[in-house]
Design a protein. Sequence first.
Length: 564
Amino acid sequence: MEPPSGPPSFSPGRRVTAHPAGQSALAFERAPVGLAVVDGRGLLQAANPRFCALAGLPLRAARGRPVAELLPVAEALAADEADDVVPTWHSLGRDAPAGVSRELLVAVQPVDEGNSRLLTLVALDEVMAAVPGQHALTGLASAWLFRDRLIHAMERADRLDQGLALLWIELDDHQALPGRVGPAVARELERQVARRLERTFRSEDSVALLGRALWGVLIEHPVSVLGLQTTAQRFLEAMDAPFDAAGRPLLLTTSIGIARYPEDGESEEELMKRAQEALSRAGKAGHGRHDFVDARLRRRLEEQEAVRRQLQEALLSPSKHFHIVYQPQVDSVDGTCRGLEALVRWQHPRCGLLDPRDFLPEVAEMGQLIRLDRWVLERVILQHRQWQEEGSALATLGMSVNLDAAMLEQSVFDSRPLDHFLRQQAEDLAWLSLEIEGAGLAARGKAHAHLLKRLEQLGVALVADELGCDPLDLLQLSALPVTRAKVSRRLVSGVGRGPNADRTLAALAPCLAALGLRTVVVGVETHAQLEAVRGLGFELVQGNLFSPPLGVAELAAWHATSQQ
């Protein structure tokens, strides 16, 4: 083998980088954080590429210039930092390229005795994404900690068969805010928004800062769609008050995107993506808006909210918006009218006359059922008095009125017990029956035994309503002063369509008879249902087969004709 000709080849770069000084230079150049050296006069001497990228500075044009002219670091440079102490991080405001607003943190440390100093520059959003715990400036949970809480909350929701919701909340037009009020004021305004967030949401809700002017809120059980709508609106209302922008008032708005688990996503990544999409849609719709992943939910809730507003107006002037109609209760054998049931209707401004099932659930959720029930009782008693004065045969019929079980409570809105209220309306109430759902009556009856006894002394009959579909303790019901019962229309509607309803009705008939309860079967619409009810020995029936609910004039005409 021939010996090699000439000296051996080698790479000068490798020899240089192997030297400690070369390694230090490479570390400076390739550091993942921004590094820069300034001299005792604050002139920029050296900077690595990351520093230039974060600061948006061309290095060659910046070298030798006062660094305080290039970045707002005067406060940080003025701080007396000792090299044996953990440096203090100072917040800066700076617009990054492409108009993206970012918040920067800078730390200053001495380098040598000639007063040279090392500046370390980092982007706050990157630090939040990488470091667990709380945000260094706001005290809110970091993005990492929020994600960890979300994962554990999803596991908990699966274990307890519950749901949760994720809200993304962003300050509208936050990119332009530093240019309008200055970076420092913009950061202070964002902190004020964060404080309103913490005051608005529950202590058990998790609030985190996810990025510049972007917050996340994790809400665990209960998380109904209506509850989330109310929560979002409550925070949007909390944003209405002016903010303090360095001594002058400033109005700000936020947009909110709402995602639900598990409906909108089964992983934390998917759920956060869906919340971001909902936020984007809300922002495009205008400032101060909120939206769900399923936009139809928001539309349905808006329609529901419109109904609530209309109901609120109607409840303030019930005589202008609600009407009472009466449905006959007849003998199952000969069709003779034996009584009436008073039913409330709402004259909706757009949809016409609505049945109770179309609006009573909303009235109940608004907490206004007692107010409406009392108005119905007042109108029914007034109508009965008018029939008496006219000498009408209708005044001889008993009258049933549906009431919510909450009417038995002492702590109603005006603190008037039900018997006191009725006694103020009329002296003779022997014709009146109060229908209360059987399950609610059994649950509350023992606690309100004295009230029920006082109602009995007034001559008012008590009716256990909606029997046959829900579980009911008949022994407990038998201990109450109940004299009548009503079989649910849900049970009657199934008669003849399958064995379940037929068997249930057949079993219920002797139980109610053994308890001595006079029973009305509601919802009889066909002759087949009438024959089945009659065959089981039920005495009274009510339904459209005989007559639909009627107004006063129509009822008088029907009664006169039917009794001939």
